[in-house]
Ligand binder design. Structure first.
Ligand SMILES: Cc1ncc(COP(=O)(O)O)c(C=O)c1O
Length: 383
């Protein structure tokens, strides 16, 4: 007979999921009720209102999509893009590449604005691309590129896109709750996120918000949205503003209890305090990492506090260190993706994981592991 699954206790300092508070886990263990129960509907309204606060928006179309961040991404792309549409896609890492793939599969034309991995999106290049492609309808970019740890200037990119009369699709999976994100003030149109990063929920839900301009564009479509499940016209009849909720799909009831609790915790802390905490814990991590003679992959000006790519020193086998952290310290960090595989470690300070205890635990574990291999001493001498 198969036994119950009891997961090991880990400290999560990778690119997500982050550590989940016992409060969120306890909320998720509460009794399941019907997804059209008036009490559940009341809770849904609170989730929507708290998401509006977290996104800093008054957008009526703000809701959690019942699937992970990739589904939030697809929701924005399939609703706003029709076959033949031209889309400027900014690519400076893995997730920009996925945006391009979304456009291709919808039958749109993706024009790429490419920057080096680890660099932010260059606003001048975007401006030039828009000047060259006056028929472009959408600009898509990643605010916080989790594959590298680079933050792009979302405010400037949105301003340029609007100047050229384009709508924006902004990936805020890793930025929401961790660094400033001002959906209304910056004029971002379609923004999606994930629960498992700086909101510190288990994975599986994707908060999405759409401006009135984006909603209008969806209403004016010539062709139906390719995906039935992600068609916002239908989803909103369930999550919608006024009137009775219409069954669309069975919402992940207990997962939404978890999101509700994590948003309550964010409100208790204060959104700006959460941004400040992420910045402070990053500064503490940086001091320790640099004292070990190690280096960050991303230039300080574009560095995300919640995702720290650290260059693997010469002579050290990247995977061996991650394995030792997991096996000896129950501590998870991330590997480099794509071109950065084997070259960097990705250390997350997201949500509940952005705390002094975790920073000190990581530094002492790294010191122990790298010290044994002689790499810390070598790096210090080299520095
Ligand atoms: C920037 C970014 N976009 C999209 C995704 C996809 O989210 P999910 O893995 O929840 O589908 C991720 C996941 O790490 C991400 O970091």
């Amino acid at each position: 007979m198969t036994n119950s699954f009891i997961p090991p206790r880990r400290t999560l300092m990778g690119p997500g999921p982050s550590d989940v508070s016992p409060r969120v886990l306890a909320a998720m263990a509460r009794p399941t009720i019907g997804h059209l129960d008036p009490e559940f509907v009341r809770m849904m309204d609170e989730v929507k209102a708290m998401l509006q606060n977290a996104f800093r928006t008054r957008n009526a179309m703000t809701m959690p999509v019942s699937a992970p961040g990739s589904a939030g991404m697809e929701t924005c792309f399939v609703n706003l893009i029709e076959p033949g549409d031209k889309v400027i896609v900014c690519v400076n890492g893995v997730f920009g590449g996925r945006m391009k793939e979304n456009v291709r599969r919808i039958g749109g034309e993706a024009v790429l604005v490419e920057d080096a991995w680890g660099a932010p999106v260059d606003p001048n290049k975007l401006d030039e691309a828009l000047a060259q492609h006056k028929d472009a309808k959408i600009v898509a970019f990643v605010h916080a590129e989790t594959s590298t740890g680079a933050r792009s200037d979302a405010q400037t990119l949105c301003r340029i896109a609007r100047h050229h009369d384009c709508l924006t699709i902004v990936d805020a999976v890793t930025s929401l709750g961790g660094v400033p994100l001002e959906v209304d003030a910056w004029g971002a149109d379609a923004v999606y996120s994930g629960t498992q990063k700086c909101l510190s929920c288990p994975p599986g839900i994707s908060p999405v918000t759409m401006s009135a301009r984006a909603v209008e564009a969806i209403r004016k479509r010539n062709s139906p949205v390719q995906s039935w499940f992600l068609d916002l016209n239908l989803v909103m009849a369930y999550w919608g503003g006024e009137g009775a909720r219409v069954y669309h799909h069975t919402a992940p009831v207990n997962a939404l209890y978890g999101l509700h609790e994590s948003l309550v915790m964010l409100e208790e802390e204060g959104l700006e305090n959460s941004w400040t905490r992420h910045a402070h814990e990053h500064a503490a991590l940086r001091a320790g990492v640099e004292a070990m003679g190690l280096h960050f992959f991303v230039d300080e000006r574009a560095r995300l506090p919640q995702l720290n790519s650290i260059v693997v020193p010469e002579g050290v086998v990247e995977a061996d260190v991650r394995r030792a952290l997991l096996n000896e310290f129950d501590l998870e960090i991330g590997a480099g993706l794509g071109a950065l595989a084997g070259k960097v470690w990705r250390v997350g300070l997201m949500g509940q994981s952005a705390c002094r205890r975790n920073v000190l635990y990581f530094l002492s574990a790294m010191e122990a592991i790298l010290g044994c291999s002689g790499a810390v001493a070598a790096a210090r001498v080299a520095a």
